[in-house]
Design a protein around this ligand. Sequence first.
Ligand code: SAH
Length: 369
Amino acid sequence: MGVLSMKGGDGEHSYANNSEAQKSITSDAKPEVVKSVNEMIVKMDFPGCIKVADLGCSSGENTFLVMSEIVNTIITTYQQKGQNPPEIDCCLNDLPDNDFNTTFKLIPSFHEKLKMNIKGKCFVSGSPGSFYTRLFPSKSLHFVHSSFCLHWLSKVPDGLEENKKNVYLRSPCPPSLYESYLNQFKNDFSTFLRMRAEETMPSGRMALTLVGRKTLDPLSKDCFKDWSLVSDSLLDLVSEGVVKESDLESFNLPYYNPDESEVKEVIDNEGSFEINNFETIFGLLFSYKTGRSEVKDDCDDDVDHSRRFEVVKKRANLARSIIEPMLVAHFGDAIIDRLFEKYIYHAGRRYDTLRNKPTVNFFVSLTRK
Ligand code: SAH
């Protein structure tokens, strides 16, 4: 699964430069992360070193926005208790193909922004590997954070032969396709929880944000629309003879956006963690507005064409920063610019329908039993 990585570097199409949407949802979840860290520290016997991990840190600054919030909360909580701050071990995990270098270059500015009395006591390291395997020693982690990762599966599910014209689930399709995706998600998420259960201290915490869906019907319109736009764009390239039909038929994304009950069921069945809080955070495809109740884009109805193009292009760059490495590995890099021109065309045509359809994200706060 070496190709599942976001686009590295800091160029126009990089993840580092196109992850504002994820950043704004993560900001929305921040107060809950702070609350969870705070509750954990209050209940702990002041360990000399606190180990925090961000799983699926990717490349760019998003990981540090969360890490600095966690570290500052630890320090403040210790101060309030009249205790000296502990040492803090910040472990940044992602798959080995991730562009860790771009992330590591931001460590000095992360250190700069920390509270004075933690400087020199906060250590950052990289922990490459799949979070569907063991990454850390037993009972070593206090706090685990992961945002925008757990909708990525450990592999493309088996049994997708019938999914010929789409890269993900899209109506109409046989129920067996949905079951293949759902089973893979259940297996993977359960493995993730089991691995973390071994690594986390008793009463340790996890804060997870992932893309979900609101309706029970996996083929409903609030399923991830970006991938339908990618499917349409690839179909255009097939009809133009640029992409082989068999290449499109054999390409599926290792991705699944579960509904709330599917997430909760896996957590309950696995049994190692208790749910403290489960929230839905809505976002918009074409803006960075987010919220806990459904948000609506309040752009003028007749936004002029050049602005509409800019907005749609930004969304195309976001999708590109996420799946370009996967597309290149399967189709080669010659088609990528053309593919995303098509994407912009399709997204522009469906702008009015897509504009006010919120994306659905879940925030889950867990305690190790
Ligand atoms: N947390 C960041 C990045 C999210 S992008 C943010 O909120 O912006 C999703 C990241 O998850 C990618 O970098 C991808 O490589 C990583 N990822 C996906 N599957 C993974 C796995 N099995 N193990 C570790 N990282 C994984």
